[in-house]
Write a new protein. Structure first.
Length: 284
């Protein structure tokens, strides 16, 4: 698959063209007719009438699009290309966008917020052990429960789980996003909290508590110093931009995962979670 800039050339203006216009093929790549109009489109060193270069699915003219995609000789607009060929989340089955944070598990890919234990519905954190059973994702506790079985052990584990306070673990990327937003507004409203929670993949409640704790720490530091000190530079936020050049396409970064056996008798290994960002890569 190749993605391309849609270049519009004026055949009657040498100011827009380096060299002679004979540099360009004057035969349309779609209809095969000689191009005599003032303007043409260029894709893959091939010339096209403005009305001839169209998406093979929705039939919209690609003249109106900034980019197009070519796969096996068929041209697609960006929307239809991702609908047909884009990676989909193994949990919600929605298309994974170029700026989405994702997690990989075996050959499957998940939205960050979708990667949660199917038993307790808790979102799994980076570095936490989990197991895959067919299409289900299980945290370590519920995986052990399913394997060992028994009402007594289930009850025992449930009591221990209730007695032990669940501590939220933040990834470096999540901390960067939270801190950057805190530097802009230390007390965001409900709508901003939902937006930040969506970006980080955390729940709104966890995001709200983080901001409350951060404000408390900031106030304590100010009281200790006796006056407000100059704020430290904001951490650089890792973001993935939208695809804005046709010669670039989004790809999920490749990282290895380490398997960790939980118990010699367990039939499935537990593996450690990792968070990966989608980034753009040049395709030639």
């Amino acid at each position: 698959m190749h993605s391309h800039y849609l270049a519009l050339y004026n055949l009657l203006s040498n100011d827009l063209i380096v060299g002679s216009i004979s540099f360009f093929s004057d035969i349309c790549g779609a209809c095969g007719v000689k191009i005599r109009e003032k303007y043409l489109l260029r894709v893959d060193e091939q010339s096209w009438h403005l009305q001839c270069l169209r998406c093979c699915i929705c039939d919209s003219s690609l003249e109106d699009h900034k980019t197009c995609y070519n796969k096996e000789g068929n041209f697609y607009c960006k929307l239809d290309y991702y609908r047909k060929f884009g990676a989909k989340c193994s949990k919600c089955f929605r298309v994974i966008q170029s700026n989405d944070w994702v997690r990989r598990a075996s050959s499957q890919v998940y939205h960050l917020a979708c990667f949660a234990c199917d038993n307790c519905k808790r979102q799994l954190s980076t570095g936490e052990e989990f197991a895959l059973q067919e299409s289900d994702v299980l945290c370590k506790t519920h995986y052990v429960e399913q394997i060992e079985g028994g009402d007594h052990k289930d009850s025992e584990l449930a009591q221990k789980a209730k007695a032990k306070r669940v501590r939220t673990t933040f990834t470096e990327e999540q901390i960067q996003v939270l801190q950057a937003n805190f530097n802009l507004d230390s007390n965001p409203d409900g709508q901003d909290l939902e937006r930040i929670a969506h970006i980080t993949g955390l729940s709104k409640r966890v995001t709200q508590v983080w901001f409350q704790n951060s404000r408390a720490r900031q106030k304590k530091q100010q009281l200790q110093q006796g006056a407000s000190s100059d704020s430290m530079p904001s951490p650089k936020v890792a973001t993935s931009g939208e695809i804005h050049q046709i010669a670039r396409t989004a790809a999920i970064s490749s990282h290895s995962q380490t398997d960790h056996s939980l118990h010699p008798t367990l039939p499935l290994p537990l593996v450690t979670t990792g968070m990966y960002g989608r980034r753009e890569t040049n395709i030639h």
